[in-house]
Each structure stands twice: as C-alpha cells, then as structure tokens.
Design a protein around this ligand. Sequence first.
Ligand code: ZN
Length: 408
Amino acid sequence: MTDPALPARHDFLRRHNFGLVLTTIAARGPLSRAQLAVDTGLTKATVSQLAERLVSCGLVRELEPARGAVGRPGSPLELDRKGIVGLGVEIAADYLAVCAADLSGAVVIHRVEGRDNRGAAPSAVIDRVAALVHAVREDLQATGRSALGVSVAVPGLVEGGHTVRLAPNLPGWTDLPLAAHLSVALATQLPIEAENEANLAALAELWYGIATDLDFIHVSGEIGVGGGVVVDGAVFRGVRGFAGELGHVTVDPAGPLCGCGSTGCLEQYAGQDALLRAAGVTGDSSTRDGDPNGPLRELVSRAEAGDERTTAALDAAGRAIGLAVAAVVNILDVPTVVLGGIYAPLAQWLVAPVEAELRLRALANRWDPVTVLVSTLGTQAAVRGAAGVCVDRVLRDPVSYFPVLQLG
Ligand SMILES: [Zn+2]
C-alpha cells in the first residue's frame, strides 16, 4: 500500500531542491550541470530537470558551452540578472532611499531623496515612499525587469516583519502596521516586509561589504545609532527581534534625555545631530531638505581642516561608541566591529578612540584584540541589505514566487 504522505514529502523535497540548486549557483556559479550535481549531492538527471524549469522562469540562464564540451550538459549555468529584482526601501529620519538589486545583489537602481521625516505624519511618509517605489517600478518595467518583493528598513523596533513598535527618531511611529499600510498605498499584492535598518545594514556588510564570512557587530551612525550583530552568517535578533539597540545603551545615566525616554543613551553622544551640535555646526539635518549628505560633508571638511572643536567632538563620539561596543563584546564575544553609516567617512577620527576604549574595557581584547573595520557601503548599507533580503528569499524558495515550478 502506498504511503499517503509520500506525495507531500516529494513536493517538499522538490521545493527544497529548487532552492538548493539556485543558492548553489548564486554562491559558486557559473556551474555546469555536472558540477552542480557534485556540489548539491543531487543526480545529474534531477539537476537538469530542475535547471530547465529555473531557466524557463527567468531565474537562471545558460552560458555558451565550455570549449571542447559537447551539447547542453557542458553549458554552465548562472543567475539570470536581466529580469527579476528585489526592492529595498529605507525610511530614515532625514531621507528616503529606494534600491533595486538583481539576483546577484548588484544594484540596478539606487535613489535617495533628502526629506525631514521627523516632522511628517507617518501616512505622509508612506505615501511618499509609495510614489518613489512606483516610479522605480515604472523604470524597471521599461527595461523588462520586475520586482518580486519589497523590504523596508526602519530605524526602530520592528515586530514580526510588519509592525513598527517604536522608532525613537520618528515621532508618531508607534505600533504602526507599516507593511499593511504600504501594501495599500502601493495597491500591490507584492510581498512587503519591514525590518530594523541596522540589521539590514549588517546583512549588507556580510553579503556585499567588508565583513564577508565574519562574526561582527555593525555600528551604523545616522540620526540615531543602530547596531546589528551577525553570528554564524545570520543576524542575531533576540527573542522578539529587538536585539542590537546599541544606540540606546546608556553611556551616562546623568546625560541628556533621549527620544526613547531614557537618559544618556549612546545616540545622544554619537548620533549625527549630537555630533553636529558638539562640533558647532549650526542647525540640524532637518533644515537641510534635498541634500542628506550636506551636514556630513560639512563635518568632514571641518575635521580635515583640523578644526579643534570638530576633532574633539569626534574623539568624544568615538569614546562613547567604544564604551557601548565594549559591553557588547564582553557579553557576546564578537571579534570584529564594523563602523558604518556616517561613521565610514568619519572613520579616520573615530577608530583610535574606539580601539582605546576596547583595549580598556573588553576583556578578550588583552590577548586577542578586537578588529575595527570600516564599512565600504556607508549610508547605502541598509537599503542594499533590504533589497538583498528580497533577493535572498527568492533564491532560497523560488517555488513560493513561481508555483509553476512545482507543476507536472
Ligand atoms: Zn535612547
């Protein structure tokens, strides 16, 4: 008698194998069918059958046969980078960004719009995001590309991939079902998810940046300060997904009031506005609509000119970052720190004070010094990570985007 569970098991295995073939090509391609069979442990016949379907859905393409090879089995397979993209969105306190990435994670479109989102109602920000995404999708369509999902980076606590519980630098963003609202604003059935921006920035550093194959904490400086911890190739999210809130680690309980309700949080010493104030750069970034990098450029040029107030502000910020990061190193034993966001262009003034605090306070540092690296992605990391998450989901489980793969 036939086991009734067999067809279900067969479907599950087949679904798993599509993802296995696709992620193997993504990691090590281009690969011949024979190489793919060796790398995946599947038979050549199974690989050929799966590959044919992946090609027909525009996920994989066949290259010219290798020299000397006869027939199709010799044609290497690689990801098809011409059709499908993942869309990343970043909602920051002082700008919006949209990024489309192809299946290899390479950027196809990247747009940034300076905008003070702190003074705006969430619904107005969501409408503007929808307009930006709509414009990007039209441009993609004109080149024969289409998006399979949207991932939104938010500077706050995001629960379940859909609801913003709290965003200290975005007043009014409390218990906000962002994914549902954006879905309505975009009038789309596309899968939409939300995630903490620092987690996405950390993933971007892992996938495309300076921290490939490392265990690390990524410290991203923006208006706020985000932290993303990566261990064994995955973001450490904590029980509810709220881990990594480095910006709200207390540096001095007697310090200034923070947007989160606490006092003396790291971002009150090392966030962008705190840095601008300490350096004596007048106004804050909210007065600079249209050029999100303006305040940062001013800070860098003052530091390069050797302005003492600016270099002292950067030294103090570096000390505060080092103090908070040393606590993370002591608790989680991560061997590497990546300075990202606005800290990347400011790294030459920050690395020394961060390292000094780590030498003083991180116990393991005495015999195995913590490595401090500088992000190569800078303020683009979160939106790159957001687009990358969409792509990653397609690669891991293409059947959920193309049910036709399973038929027949
Ligand atoms: Zn705080």
